[in-house]
Design a protein around this ligand. Structure first.
Ligand SMILES: [Fe+2]
Length: 255
């Protein structure tokens, strides 16, 4: 994993120090939010979303492997975590959301079909929540998992393992359904071209892409029928290895 060695090139916010190795080089701005992506594991992305006025933070898809990075950043900069969210029940890493929720007594949001008993706020398709003064909308985009939810903040879509920059999440793991994945990625592609996607993984160092570019260059969106997509996904992932420690992570995240 090389991405997590990248040091930020610029510290745009006074609240985030230069030296946290998991923070990516780029910061994104949307409405009143500053969005800091973090790399962990093998191409996992989590998102530290800061309201600089209130110094409140929301975390999307926090990874237990880098729990210290979140806690140190909160502590050293006197920021207050107000909520944690997982886009889905992950199969490639352990979520830090229950730990953070219990430790700091903050709500843990996930889709209502998520199996974890630690979830405190179960959201349905289309619902919205204002957290840290920022409006989040939850869009059910199943296919990778039953509980997969894309989180919208203004014109930014945190797509988890539904739509990636140049690909999409696999649909052969527990709860996966390639026909639903086809529907979900096309549903997301309907948003205007000036929306940006921020995926849950990227294996080529890309943090995000405007949807106009994704629509043109993501070959999985070019597959013209659901039947062809299902055939492609089934054949492609029959050759792929399953993620390391898949059963462990699914069991851990579903506790
Ligand atoms: Fe996943």
């Amino acid at each position: 994993m090389t991405q997590n060695k990248i040091l930020p090139k610029a510290s745009i916010s006074p609240y985030i120090p230069l030296h946290y190795q998991h923070f990516a080089a780029d910061v994104f701005f949307e409405e009143q939010a500053e969005i800091y992506p973090l790399w962990s594991g093998e191409g996992n992305l989590s998102y530290f979303i800061l309201n600089p006025q209130s110094k409140e933070v929301v975390l999307i898809d926090p990874d237990l492997e880098i729990l210290g990075s979140y806690l140190l950043t909160l502590d050293q900069h006197k920021l207050r975590l107000v909520a944690v969210m997982d886009t889905h029940t992950h199969a490639e890493h352990a979520t830090a959301a229950p730990t953070l929720s219990q430790l700091l007594q903050v709500p843990y949001l996930m889709h209502h079909q998520a199996p974890s008993r630690f979830v405190t706020d179960r959201v349905k398709d289309g619902e919205q929540r204002v957290l840290a003064g920022i409006n989040f909308q939850f869009l059910h985009t199943p296919g990778h998992t039953v509980d997969m939810t894309t989180i919208r903040l203004g014109k930014r879509l945190f797509t988890g393992d539904s739509l990636f920059n140049k690909s999409c999440g696999r649909a052969d793991l527990p709860g996966g359904d390639p026909a639903q994945q086809y529907q979900s990625i096309h549903q997301l592609a309907q948003f205007p071209g000036d929306y940006t996607i921020h995926p849950g993984h990227d294996y080529n160092n890309h943090l995000s892409s405007p949807l106009s570019r994704v629509s043109q260059h993501n070959h999985r969106l070019q597959i013209s029928s659901q039947a062809e997509f299902v055939a492609f996904m089934t054949a492609h992932y029959a050759q792929e290895e399953k993620p390391d420690q898949l059963e462990y992570y699914v069991a851990f995240n579903a506790q």
